[in-house]
Design a protein around this ligand. Sequence first.
Ligand SMILES: [Zn+2]
Length: 205
Amino acid sequence: MAGCGTISPDTIKPPPVRAIDFTIDIQPIIVSKDWTINMFEYLAGNLGPALAQAGVACRVLEPIIVDNPSWEYIADESALRGMMQGHSAAIRVWLVRELVPAVLSETSTSALAAPPAGAAYSPTSSCDGVALAVRAMEDRNTLVHEMGHALGLSHPAEGADNCSLPEVKCRLMSYCFATRNQFSADEIDTIRHWAAVLATQPAAQ
Ligand SMILES: [Zn+2]
């Protein structure tokens, strides 16, 4: 894949875009009625340009406010699965206060040194969607990274995520926070596969 420029957020090449031929629905879910966060702007503004690389547009639905205090702090993977179980025609994005304690990795039960900013289930799981900590709203690519997981992607160079490698440093599915903004060709194929599957599911009522 093309490089994304030098290691500087200011000089990263914008990702290429392709003609849009799929649209996926995104359902924001906010777990506290006290939060006045504009999820629509955040989701549309961050997901739109990133998914355009795969020819996929996203339509952000009216946010649902569930106001369930027990879902503000996600204590472990069991709680996460309880919240995110099932599937919907729209990919759900849950905004929570924090994923605590440090027992969740994004996609497995291995422990992390710090609470993750987000978590996601792949489309083949019995759960679906993305959970994001409120603080992750400041890093626009965290949402895109988690959405990548929700659309079937895993990390590049798993276990050796070396950001000095040109093929890794600009990948959205890496942990190269300053420089990532692109999906690889294989990842785009996977996103398009799951976007096509989603397009065949009945619309949410
Ligand atoms: Zn990840």
